[in-house]
Design a binder for this molecule. Structure first.
Ligand code: SF4
Ligand code: SF4
Length: 579
């Protein structure tokens, strides 16, 4: 056994895949799952790893690799599984060849997502077994076990993590790498080609597999009981296990690591030996509903006391079950939240300065530009899901053709699922306008490459020409510089007044890209004598601008984008070197 290491759950999943002999891994980045593939790319070169255009594509590519005989890892955040749901449900029927582990990284407390869904429901819905680690060591072990389970039962396996498992660090004892053999590929169209007759024939096989998995869950060491006081028996899973342990160290605990399908006999036996049961889990009453149905005569408390919203803490659990007051029921204690703003020099600042001038309704999308929806900017009307801005702008303009409606989407999100909406705009002769904020990267999740980036995950030059791509659909397209306000404003106004569909590409790289950051421009400064304190520059909401008696620029923060100089009516702002 190698030396112990301190790893995050995400790093431990990557290590587990490596030790299991995984040969292929793919993902679309999304918090809190991103670092799994980043770790594979950085540390395990034996695994053929790559970023995908979206989660559905990731699962389809991963499934192809799995059928070809490779143990395969596919990772995504919780809402990503919605995108991948179509193949996810069907590959439950078609089974695997090399083991397939699909990671869903859920976000109780929604730190960076558009909803707080509990993806344990997907396992039950798709009849796929699910494993839920509680710390990094288990993240490693459960990943390895997941591959073995997948091959033994001919099924994809869902490894469900949550934010605290993904990002929390704990001690891990890494093991040795298993031989990454490629399994033989055998044709079997009756099993793999899901025309209705074959799908109907496969469904009973899936039900049979579920019964067998129940047996495996009964005997699995991942479902473990610690006997203490029988006054209360706690049933829990994932990170909630540690919170429950801290809140009630005196009570017996059934910890479910193999949490779908449930070990029904073990649960019945456990509940029969305690006076009452506490079901401690974050978000939905996923375990509770099943346990209540299994043990109708047992006194069970769970979501009648615990919140379904947000993350749990030992304190919220203690208070919920012991009936103390003082903490707002229904919400976990929130850390102080501060509204984030665009970075100094971010090109999105210029893009939104212009778009809010010429559009009355902006349908937005997922990415760091979503900050434009928040106060004080508040210039984005909607954020629904990846790619929705495009179709929503089309729908809105079909009903209100005279309204100035604009869809706004980032480049990575456009490739993810915006491009199909754009095809619809052309196909249905819509007049809607779309802005693509092309900063050459997937900025929000930490600069993973996307099909428009100059190079792919392996450093091979593969950048797609976005302008040519959009133009090839037959839609008018214009590339503008969001840091050049006057010229871009003129063009944008013209486009917004036109009666045909159009795409504007605001092209400027993310200020935090290493190649941009290393060529940092000189800062700007305000000539206090020339400044008339009109505060026009402050409306840009650049963190480098300070609202003092008269506005000041914190030069150490200034990225030298020059936007403030362009909006100053008195030419009071200029580059430091130019003075
Ligand atoms: S030039 Fe002005 S707007 Fe740009 S980063 Fe500096 S202070 Fe902010
Ligand atoms: S826009 Fe120019 S004049 Fe107005 S407050 Fe800023 S620096 Fe002063």
């Amino acid at each position: 056994m190698d030396e112990k290491k301190l790893l995050s759950g995400n790093e431990a999943v990557a290590r587990g895949a490596y030790e299991a002999g995984c040969r292929f891994a793919t993902s679309y980045p999304g918090t809190p799952s991103t670092e799994i593939l980043e770790t594979v790319l950085r540390e395990y070169s034996g695994i053929n790893a790559q970023w995908a255009t979206n989660e559905k594509v990731a699962l389809e590519v991963g499934y192809g690799a799995c059928l070809a005989g490779a143990r395969t890892l596919v990772t995504m955040k919780q809402v990503g599984l919605n995108v991948a749901a179509d193949p996810f449900f069907t590959i439950s029927y078609t089974g695997v060849n090399g083991g397939l582990v699909i990671v869903s990284a859920d976000e109780p407390g929604v730190h960076s997502s558009q909803n707080e869904q509990d993806n344990r429901n997907y396992a039950k819905f798709a009849k796929i077994p699910m494993l839920e680690p509680s710390d990094s060591q288990e993240a490693l072990e459960f990943t390895k076990y997941g591959f073995a389970l997948s091959e033994e039962f001919d099924t994809p396996v869902l490894l469900r993590l949550t934010t605290r498992i993904c990002h929390g660090h704990s001690v891990v004892y890494p093991g040795k790498m298993q031989d990454p053999t490629l399994k033989e590929y055998k044709k079997d169209w009756r099993k793999r080609a899901m025309v209705p007759a074959n799908a109907l024939a496969r469904h009973p096989e899936v039900e049979k597999r579920l019964c067998n998995l129940k047996q495996a869950s009964e005997s699995s060491p991942l479902n473990d009981i610690t006997w203490k006081s029988s006054d209360v028996g706690i049933i829990t899973s994932g990170v909630a296990y540690f919170h429950a342990l801290e809140a009630f160290p005196q009570y017996s605990i059934l910890k479910l690591g193999f949490s779908y399908p449930l070990p029904e006999a073990k649960i019945k036996d456990f509940t029969s030996k305690v006076k009452q049961v506490y079901l401690i889990e974050e978000n939905d009453p996923f375990l509770e509903e099943q346990v209540r149905a299994l043990c109708p005569s047992v006194e069970i408390h769970g979501k009648d006391l615990l919140p379904v919203v947000g993350e749990l803490t030992p304190e919220t659990i203690r208070v919920a079950f012991k009936g103390k007051t003082g903490i707002k029921k229904g919400l976990a204690q929130d850390a102080l939240r501060r509204l984030p703003v665009f970075c100094p020099g971010c090109p999105h600042r210029g893009s939104f300065y212009l778009t809010k001038k010429y559009a009355r309704v902006i349908t937005g999308d997922i990415g760091c530009y979503g900050l434009a929806a928040l106060p004080p900017l508040e210039c984005m009307d909607t954020i629904i899901c990846m790619g929705a801005s495009v179709g929503m702008a089309e729908g809105f303009s079909k009903v209100r053709p005279l309204e100035k409606v604009l869809g706004v989407i980032g480049d990575s999100t456009f490739y993810h699922s915006g491009v199909t909406g754009l095809l619809d705009i052309y196909f249905n002769s819509a007049t809607s306008k779309l802005v693509i904020l092309d900063n050459s990267t997937t900025a929000m999740t930490g600069h993973q490459p996307n099909p428009g980036s100059p190079v792919n995950s392996r450093g091979e030059p593969r950048g797609i020409n976005l302008e040519a791509l959009v133009g090839s659909i037959g839609i008018n397209v214009k590339s503008l510089d969001p840091l050049s306000l006057k010229d871009s404003a003129r063009e944008l106004e013209q486009i917004m007044n036109s009666q045909s569909g159009a795409v504007v590409i605001f092209k400027s790289p993310c200020i935090l890209l290493p190649e941009v950051a290393k060529n940092k421009k000189s800062p700007f400064r305000i000539d206090q004598a020339a400044c008339v304190n009109c505060k026009a520059c402050l409306k840009l909401l650049c963190p480098a601008l300070e609202a003092a008696e008269k506005p000041l620029i914190r030069e150490f923060m200034c990225a030298g984008c020059g936007l403030c100089a362009q909006v100053c009516p008195k030419s009071a702002i200029s580059g430091v070197k130019a003075q």
